[in-house]
Design a binder for this molecule. Structure first.
Ligand code: FE
Length: 336
C-alpha cells in the first residue's frame, strides 16, 4: 500500500490552522521592556526553549513605552509591560494601561510589598539603593541613614546622581512616605548643601568619583557596585546598609504587568508566573546582581557576600503615588 503524503497536505494545513486558532500557543508574545536587551533576551530565550512560546520584545525607556501603549490603545500588539522601577508601573496602572491579574502563583511567590495591591503589576527582582563609601576616608561607624547624609560633617564630601533619574525620584518619594514632606525637604536641602560636585548622570561615574577621591560617600543601586567590583576587585569602596535602626534600606523593583488590551492575556500571565518561580527568579535577578523578589531564593553568591540587611517594608507603589511630590520637592531644594 502506498501512502501519498501529497494528498494529505491540505488536511494537515487545515488542522494546523485550527490548532493555531485555539490560542493555546500564540505565534508570539509581545513585551515592551524598559529592562535592557542584554538582561532580558536570555530570559526570553530560556522561556522559549522550555515552552516553545516565542517572545518578541521592544526596548526603550519606560516613559516612551507607556506613551506608546497609551497611543496604541485597543490596537496595541503588546501583551506585557516590563520596567525597572515601581513608579513607572504605578503610572501605567494609574492610566488604565495594565489589567489586574488573579494568580495564586504570583501572590504566593511575590511578597505583598513588591506588588500592586490590585494585582496590575508584580516585582520580579529587588533593587536596593543604599550608601556607598570610601574605605580609605570613611569608617562605617560614621554612617547611619539617608537623612544623616544631610549632616554638616559631610559638607563637600557627598556625591549624588541626578534627580532626573527615576531611582532618586522613587527614593525621595519613599522618604516622603516615611518622614513627611517638610522633613524630607530639609534632608534633601542638606544633601544639596553637602555636594562635592554637580550630580552625576549615572551611579558608576559617582562611584568612580569616590574612588578617585572627589567625594567620600554617595547613594547607589547595589548592582552597579557589583559590576564595578567585578571589573576591579580592589575597589576602595564598600556598601553600607542604610537606616537599619529605622525603616530599612530603600528598595525598588524591576517588574511587569499584563497590558489592558493584551491580545494574549492568558499566555502573558503564564509567562509572569514562570518568572516568579525559583529557577527563573535566580536567573532573572542573578544576571544583574539584583535580589530575587521571591524570598525563597538566595541571591547570587557575589551579592550574598555583601551581607543581609533589613529592607523597608513599605509598599513600593508609594514610589509612584508620591513621585510627583518628590520631583517638585527636589526642584524646590535645588537638587538638579
Ligand atoms: Fe539601573
Amino acid at each position: 500500500m502506498s501512502v501519498r503524503l501529497g494528498m494529505w497536505a491540505p488536511v494537515l494545513g487545515a488542522l494546523a490552522l485550527v490548532l493555531a486558532g485555539c490560542g493555546k500557543q500564540p505565534s508570539e508574545l509581545v513585551v515592551y521592556s524598559a529592562r535592557n536587551e542584554q538582561l532580558i533576551k536570555p530570559i526570553f530565550d530560556r522561556y522559549t526553549a522550555e515552552t516553545g512560546q516565542k517572545i518578541r520584545f521592544v526596548t526603550d525607556d519606560a516613559g516612551p513605552l507607556i506613551e506608546r501603549l497609551n497611543a496604541e490603545g485597543a490596537n496595541s500588539q503588546a501583551d506585557i509591560l516590563l520596567t525597572v522601577d515601581a513608579g513607572e508601573l504605578w503610572h501605567a496602572a494609574h492610566r488604565g494601561l495594565l489589567a489586574p491579574i488573579q494568580s495564586e502563583v504570583l501572590n504566593a511567590n511575590v511578597p505583598e510589598s513588591l506588588r500592586d495591591p490590585e494585582g496590575r503589576w508584580y516585582g520580579f527582582s529587588v533593587r536596593a539603593r543604599t550608601i556607598v563609601y570610601s574605605t580609605e576616608r570613611v569608617k562605617p561607624e560614621e554612617l547611619s541613614d539617608y537623612a544623616a547624609l544631610a549632616d554638616e560633617r559631610w559638607k563637600g564630601k557627598l556625591c549624588l546622581r541626578t534627580s532626573k533619574k527615576v531611582y532618586n525620584q522613587s527614593l525621595v518619594a519613599m522618604l516622603i512616605a516615611e518622614h513627611g514632606e517638610a522633613r524630607t525637604e530639609e534632608i534633601v536641602r542638606g544633601w544639596v548643601a553637602n555636594l562635592a560636585t554637580e550630580p552625576f548622570s549615572n551611579d558608576t561615574l559617582l562611584m568612580q568619583a569616590i574612588a578617585a577621591g572627589q567625594c567620600d560617600v554617595g547613594l547607589v543601586n547595589t548592582y552597579y557596585f557589583g559590576r564595578l567590583l567585578r571589573d576591579d576587585p580592589n575597589l576602595p569602596l564598600k556598601l553600607f546598609w542604610a537606616d537599619q535602626a529605622g525603616q530599612g534600606v530603600h528598595v525598588n523593583i524591576s517588574g511587569a504587568g499584563v497590558t489592558a488590551h493584551a491580545p494574549h492575556a492568558e499566555q502573558a500571565k503564564k509567562f509572569l508566573e514562570w518568572l516568579s518561580q525559583p529557577e527563573a527568579q535566580a536567573f532573572f535577578a542573578g544576571q544583574n546582581l539584583e535580589y530575587p523578589a521571591n524570598p525563597s531564593i538566595d541571591p547570587d553568591p557575589v551579592v550574598k557576600a555583601w551581607g543581609d540587611f533589613k529592607r523597608s517594608p513599605m509598599n513600593v507603589a508609594q514610589a509612584g503615588e508620591l513621585q510627583a511630590a518628590a520631583v517638585k520637592l527636589m526642584d524646590r531644594a535645588g537638587y538638579r
